[in-house]
Design a protein around this ligand. Structure first.
Ligand code: ASP
Length: 304
């Protein structure tokens, strides 16, 4: 058998999984693909120049947060009270260092704050007013809460308020997983949560091991129905199975998605030697994958 070629660096990004309609308006489809492609290209460039996995996941998630099409940073969904409460987490697989934030209303890029919590405090997670005071104290850019508003998300909240059970959440949390050219792994995820969530609700994204996780063997970022990902401690479960099952990240993601409710969402993951993985059980997932062997794709439904 020919020896398996080392794949070098690899990256996967997502802009969320959920009930993305097959007939998504062509203009939105095109805008999402253009945006994912530009962000993925940037990641590929950084990685081919030797950037550190942790820097790359942060940079890619900042770009995804800045993109109003997706439910993170600008473009985040509204709570039932018509406000935004943002969440993010980042994790370095080489060191198991991690940082997370929740209940953020005025920090432009929650993922930057999560990284500062990780590297500059003795804690892992900060929430609410304390997190925002900390952001202010270290000079991170803050914005008016209304800066995160978009018409698309306001219309979604109106539909949810009229008929909560009928709103099929499109889901467009963002995330990135990376293996850099030195084999280091990292993961980052950022979200506004679920449309119409109760004020104070915290989902899987900032809970290390649930929506975001990285260790020396696998980096994982999840998207979809947060409560399910928390119940299954999904991101950590993927990392454990990737190591113990012998099926790598792909087999692990398949197994974890199968164990969760139908249509729950999607997971991106990368292990030490295989192509990056982006799989989902929902109707679609905004996603992209690239690696040093020339793989490069951005997709929304099961086009592949
Ligand atoms: N998992 C996120 C949450 O439950 C939502 C999403 O991924 O769309 O907050």
């Amino acid at each position: 058998m020919p020896e398996e070629r080392s794949r070098g660096w690899g990256v996967a990004i997502h802009g969320g999984a959920g009930a993305i309609p097959a007939d998504i308006p062509p203009a939105r489809r095109e805008a999402c693909i253009i945006s994912l492609t530009a962000i993925l290209e940037h990641g590929a460039q950084l990685l081919s120049r030797g950037s550190h996995a942790l820097d790359v996941v942060e940079e890619l998630v900042i770009r995804l947060e800045n993109e109003p099409l997706f439910n993170a940073g600008r473009g985040a969904v509204f709570t039932s009270a018509g406000e935004h409460e943002l969440e993010a987490a980042i994790m370095d697989g080489s060191t198991l260092d991690c940082g997370a934030v929740a209940g953020i209303r005025t920090v432009r890029n929650p993922i930057r704050l999560a990284r500062c919590v990780m590297q500059q405090t003795k804690h892992i997670m900060l929430a609410g007013a304390g997190a925002e005071e900390y952001a202010e104290s270290i000079g991170l850019e803050r914005v008016e809460p209304s800066w995160f508003d978009t018409d698309h998300r306001r219309a979604e909240l109106e539909r949810y308020t009229e008929a909560p059970a009928l709103l099929e959440q499109e889901g467009s949390t963002v995330g990135a997983v990376v293996r850099d050219s030195a084999g280091r792994l990292a993961a980052a995820t950022s979200t506004g949560g679920m449309t119409g969530k109760m004020p104070g609700r915290i989902g899987d994204t900032p809970l290390v091991g649930c929506g975001t996780y990285a260790d020396g063997g696998c980096a994982v970022s999840c998207t979809g129905h947060g409560e399910s990902f928390v119940r299954h401690v999904a991101a950590h479960e993927v990392a454990v199975l990737a190591r113990s099952s012998g099926r790598g990240a792909e087999g692990a993601v398949e197994q974890v998605l199968e164990a969760m409710p139908d249509s729950v969402g999607g997971i991106i993951a990368i292990d030490r030697e295989s192509a990056p993985v982006a799989l989902f059980s929902s109707r679609g997932m905004y996603r992209g994958r690239a690696d040093s062997t020339g793989l490069f794709e951005t997709l929304i439904h099961g086009e592949a």
